[in-house]
Design a protein. Sequence first.
Length: 214
Amino acid sequence: MASITPTIVLQRLEMKKTNEIIRTAAPRREPVRVKLERVNAGFSKTHPPDGQGEIWCARLKEALGTSSSDFVDASLFQLQMAAQLPCSGISELAMNAALAMIEAAAPQNEIEGALAVQMACVHTAAISVLARFGGAGPSERRVAALASAASRLVRAYSGHAETLRRLRHGSDQYVRVEHVHVNEGGQTVIGNIHTGNQAMGDDPDEEGALTHSR
């Protein structure tokens, strides 16, 4: 029977702790919603669904990561124009779904809030394009055009998500090394390696590298 290494034991303990945290975590509250009152074919007024105006306004500001009422109003108007179901006009269902996506992104300021709004709108547009494949018909040109548009929208969504990640965490990426195997006669260096006039290894303390050989 193969022996269980300490690393495997630690991994199993970490997974157990993670599962316990997920089970004991408080359930997410229901996302903020809006009630639409149609004014004309292209515009609807937004209202709180339960009549609690002050709480509703505060929830919208929190969802969009802002303290500006103007930013909230502009974002809701933009969502009305963009968040529509396929082959339909302004949709309360689509708008509330978009708000749920925005709140899930948890923007911390207006820049992140604008990105979250764009992500929700791009997602809706991508799904709308994909929904048209069912009625694309036999035209290969139409199918190719829809596929190209859907691909660009999906890439745009991924780009927005990556931009949001970089805004929050920076562009640096880190790799954690847990195991280093050095074969007989080999050599490995772990740390920051800089190239230039100074040869590697001239000042190990400054480079912060650990060299191990066998």
